[in-house]
Design a protein around this ligand. Structure first.
Ligand SMILES: [Zn+2]
Length: 183
């Protein structure tokens, strides 16, 4: 059966984009001015593509929503991330204000200009080294706010194996971000 596609009109886009998020309906974002028949033809022309994208989205992490409590996971995320951040901030010679554990749909972590580090609680469900990499990545942003060469050189000095962890997130991130505990 064809999936229901959510159409969003936006004043900020110049052309349409189609995404097929894990566990959510496909989203077609179109420019405000796009005509209804043109939208329908984009939808019809991409039915097969959507089905193919869906077919690739087979769960590989073996996560069972009944096995995970969000409260417990958030607590362990906070403990683990705080411990790692304290250690690594000393090594890097940087200071942060506080750590927030969040329920984000699209990101793993962020670093505000005011020194607040935010992390997605789902990182505790990733391999330990991946979580560790995300913490180090955000702390490096205190010294280098952008993803410049200097930023990556800094990450490299702290975690020479960072590429493998970034690749893990590319490969499994969408599945993990879509994960929702049962209760
Ligand atoms: Zn970054």
């Amino acid at each position: 059966m064809d999936e229901l596609i959510e159409v969003r009109r936006s004043r900020r886009v110049r052309r349409w984009t189609l995404t097929v998020p894990w566990g959510d309906p496909p989203v077609l974002t179109v420019p405000q001015w796009m005509r209804e028949p043109d939208i329908q033809s984009v939808v019809e022309e991409h039915r097969e593509w959507i089905a193919a994208e869906r077919a690739k989205q087979r769960p590989k992490l073996g996560l069972d929503p009944r096995d995970v409590s969000e409260i417990d996971a958030r607590r362990s995320a906070r403990e683990l991330i705080t411990m790692l951040a304290e250690e690594e901030a000393l090594e890097l010679g940087v200071a942060y204000k506080r750590i927030e554990i969040r329920d984000q749909r699209t990101r793993w972590g962020s670093c505000s200009t005011r020194g607040t580090l935010s992390f997605n609680w789902r990182l505790v469900l990733a391999p330990y080294d991946v979580l560790d990499y995300v913490v180090v990545h955000e702390l490096c942003h205190i010294r280098e706010p952008n993803h410049s060469r200097r930023f990556w050189r800094l990450v490299e000095t702290r975690r020479p194996g960072w590429r493998a962890h970034r690749d893990w997130l590319h490969q499994h991130g969408p599945e993990l971000l879509a994960f929702r505990p049962a209760a």
